[in-house]
Design a protein around this ligand. Structure first.
Ligand code: FES
Ligand code: FES
Length: 156
């Protein structure tokens, strides 16, 4: 066990945990942030996506020791509300297991588009969300949701 200090959704947190404990488990079990979901547990599905220092990552593959001093953003974090609303309005969620990961990945994608001056169009959305698997929606409404969020100007 050792102490790990990092920021989660703008709040500094200190967690006592095995350094190799998965960030996914620390978030869900130690910090009660259960919005982040586990799908495959092997880095294949994207359900567990969070942002670390603004980059989307699979939290099932990240040991907590690697986020020391970092800024972690989960689906509960500020700045994701407009994307959440877009998924709600466009019906981008069915069973919901993939949805938090898709919302975080959409936020990361819109931030990247803004940073790099790229237009967030459908081809871009499909590329950006390709690593987030969904068994329910057939992706049509997921992409429509991401584009609706983009049309809102990707507002934070
Ligand atoms: S649960 Fe992490 S990628 Fe599937
Ligand atoms: S809504 Fe069920 S897996 Fe995506």
């Amino acid at each position: 066990m050792s102490e790990h200090e990092f920021e989660v959704n703008g709040v500094r947190r200190t967690v006592s945990a095995d350094p190799l404990r998965r960030l996914l488990d620390v978030l869900r079990e130690d910090l009660a942030l259960t919005g982040t979901k586990e799908g495959c547990g092997e880095g294949e599905c994207g359900a567990c996506t969070v942002m670390i220092d603004g980059e989307a990552v699979n939290s099932c593959l990240v040991p907590v020791c690697q986020v020391q001093g970092a800024r972690v953003t989960t689906v509960e974090g500020a700045g994701l509300e407009s994307v959440q609303e877009a998924f709600l309005e466009e019906g981008g969620a069915q069973c919901g297991i993939c949805t938090p990961g898709l919302i975080v990945m959409t936020r990361a994608w819109l931030d990247t588009c803004e940073r790099e001056g790229r237009v967030p169009d459908e081809a871009e959305a499909r590329r950006a969300l390709a690593g987030n698997l969904c068994r329910c929606t057939g992706y049509g409404k997921v992409i429509a949701s991401a584009l609706a969020a983009a049309a809102e100007g990707g507002e934070r």
